[in-house]
Design a protein around this ligand. Sequence first.
Ligand SMILES: [Zn+2]
Ligand SMILES: [Zn+2]
Length: 125
Amino acid sequence: MLLDFLKQKHECNHKNVPIDVDEAYCPDCGALIKNKWFLVRCSCCNIKRSAHTEYSEIKPDTKFCPNCGATDFYIQELDKVSFIDVHYAIFKKIVIPQNKYTIRQVWIEKEDNLIEERKLIGAGK
Ligand SMILES: [Zn+2]
Ligand SMILES: [Zn+2]
């Protein structure tokens, strides 16, 4: 049951979280989501490199820097994306870990009137 729940949460892509807010709770899985922007820059000449995400990893589009030919790059995290950077910036939804489920469990155990709810959440019988 718990495993199913975690799996579900993991598989949610939080598509209903609006991208124009800093952070919000996902209406589908309840996770706290922070909208983040990243830039890929060349480690050698520091130029911005166009990039994409591959299995949620950020990678530059080309193997070599078009400006200096280096292969090394680094990822810069942006607080806010500027109009100039928007073509290069990679947008990702990051899940903020939080203990609200733990807190809720403790609560349920203490509150007698929530025992019924606990049964429903628990064994399903
Ligand atoms: Zn979600
Ligand atoms: Zn370079």
